[in-house]
Design a protein around this ligand. Structure first.
Ligand code: RFL
Ligand code: PHB
Length: 398
């Protein structure tokens, strides 16, 4: 493997921890800027590709993947969506992204984005160490960071100029920063999403976000023949507690009537519960360690922002590294945290707002439900309100 040869040097410019979308895109951007990087990933390649996650790319994420030369399969297989629908107790309101903002989104699964990034890295000979166990970050508060790990029981260490912590919410990078150096803001929601993947055509051509007295439901898709559905469930619910039949019955109740009638069911090929959380740890830098993506922030999936935020973070970080190595200027890496956080907090706000509008909370009383209804009616009747939703959903400027 290429690593063994490169291991002799045991030095690179940037060590990237984590081969999710953030780490892999950063690797691609650095490679294009002529910057040497090694990616260390705790899991196997197949495991990373087996995780079913995000489905929606903002217009800016699409442009970014085009810029790094990874858009061919996305344009061939992805589905361009010019709008989506919101439903409230069966009433449906379409939000026309194109008419309101001139932009669309792309339905192309995170698994596919990840696969495209992995394939490109393999083709260019970039080093990714999968199944890197016990990753430990050293010396990042000084001038000479090092990253240790074990592979097949053998200890390795890489010296570098910078470490990029792209290792997700439960990774080692954020946990390595002294807690007193981070400000954490968090909200844990009292419910999760039970997701099901099924090889059947979707119930509707566009996504439907449905608010129902029994709880939220989402009709989404991965392709014209593969659908993805979600139900709001209590946070302590397990996927095993739901038979396929129970899932389809409950989904039919919560979706608006036309979609419920069009729903095509079948055996689930994946079923899991994801908790809902809002979380930001700031700043995104400690010495020579930079955090990006889920390692630094989490949004509830309602606004479809998590993957997109991760891509936007690393686009900005890569620009900073490129300026550092090409011009000897640290202005870009110095500005990274504050600039990224301004955008992150807007996405946090939007995701929290979409979640509040559409879910049933344990304390949603008659007043709360009527306020949610009024918000829905306002969206339906006001171009300004609908435009605000469409502008955020299709993506604020990177
Ligand atoms: P990831 O994808 O979690 O990747 C982090 C990688 O780091 C590895 N790792 C380590 N490697 C080495 N050493 C360690 N100690 C390590 N610890 C962890 C992990 O194995 C992993 O490979 O983070 P990244 O790259 O920041 O990407 C973030 C996105 O994955 C995430 O925000 C989205 O999936 C969120 N999300 C959605 N985002 C959207 O933009 N649109 C959506 O429609 C959307 N839907 C979703 C979602 C997330 C969901 N779940 C399950 C959380 C739907 C769901 C159900
Ligand atoms: C998905 O298809 O998995 C998906 C789509 C939109 C969201 C969240 C998840 O807001």
């Amino acid at each position: 493997m290429a690593l063994v040869a490169r291991e002799a040097g045991v030095r690179t410019q940037v060590v990237i921890v984590g081969a999710g979308p953030a780490g892999l895109l950063l690797g691609r951007l650095l490679e294009q800027a002529g910057i040497d990087a090694v990616i260390l990933e705790r899991r196997s390649r197949d495991y990373v590709l087996s995780r079913i996650r995000a489905g929606v790319l903002e217009a800016g994420s699409v442009a970014l993947l085009e810029r790094v030369g990874l858009a061919t399969r996305m344009h061939a297989e992805g589905l361009v969506h010019d709008g989506c629908s919101l439903a409230f107790d069966g009433d449906v309101q379409r939000i026309d992204f194109q008419a309101l903002t001139g932009r669309s989104v792309m339905v192309y699964g995170q698994t596919e984005v990840t696969r495209d990034l992995m394939d490109a890295r393999d083709a260019s000979g970039g080093v990714t160490v999968y199944e890197a166990a016990d990753v430990v970050l050293h010396g990042f508060d000084g001038a000479h960071p090092r990253v240790g790990y074990r592979r097949d029981g053998v200890a390795h260490e890489i010296a570098c100029d910078f470490i990029a912590g792209c290792d997700g919410f439960r990774g080692v990078s954020r946990a390595s920063i002294p807690p007193a150096a981070l400000d954490v803001a968090e909200r844990v929601y009292p419910f999760g999403w039970l997701g099901v993947l099924v090889d059947q055509p979707p119930a509707a051509h566009e996504l439907i976000y449905a608010s129902h007295a029994r709880g939220f439901a989402l009709s989404s898709m991965r392709s014209p023949t593969r659908s993805r559905y979600y139900l709001q469930v209590p946070s302590d619910e397990t996927a095993e507690a739901w038979s396929d039949a129970a899932f389809w019955d409950e989904l039919r109740r919560r979706l608006p009537p036309a979609a419920a009638a069009a729903l095509r069911t079948g055996p689930s090929i994946e079923k899991s519960v994801a908790p809902l959380r809002s979380f930001v740890a700031e700043p995104l830098r400690f010495g020579r360690l930079f955090l990006a993506g889920d390692a630094a922030h989490i949004v509830p999936p309602t606004g479809a922002k998590g993957l997109n935020l991760a891509l936007a973070d690393v686009a900005r970080l890569a620009q900073g590294f490129a300026e550092y190595y090409a011009e000897g200027s640290s202005a870009g890496i110095d500005a990274y945290s504050a600039a990224a956080l301004r955008r992150i907090w807007k996405a946090e706000r939007f995701s929290w707002w979409m979640t509040s509008l559409l879910h049933r909370f344990p304390d949603t009383d008659a007043f709360g439900r009527r306020i949610q209804r009024a918000e829905f009616d306002y969206l339906a009747g006001s171009t300004a309100a609908a435009t605000a939703l469409a502008e955020n959903y299709t993506g604020l400027p990177m």
